[in-house]
Ligand binder design. Structure first.
Ligand code: ZN
Length: 62
């Protein structure tokens, strides 16, 4: 599950509910909403796909 810090809005993934934010150590950490989850996926989840697509594009132009 993806969690969001209320204070600094840091997004991070944890299997179990975290007791504090890994970034600012604030205790108010909540489950990320749909928009935040999408943001997280764009930042982390699609990284590999983006790199693979970029490599492919380069190989084709060379
Ligand atoms: Zn925080």
């Amino acid at each position: 599950m993806i969690y969001a810090c209320v204070k600094c809005e840091f997004l991070f993934e944890r299997k179990n509910e975290p007791s504090k934010c890994p970034s600012c150590e604030n205790q108010y950490v909540v489950g990320a909403n749909a928009k935040q989850r999408q943001q997280f996926q764009e930042l982390h989840g699609n990284m590999k796909e983006l790199r693979a697509a970029e490599l492919k594009a380069r190989q084709q132009t060379n």
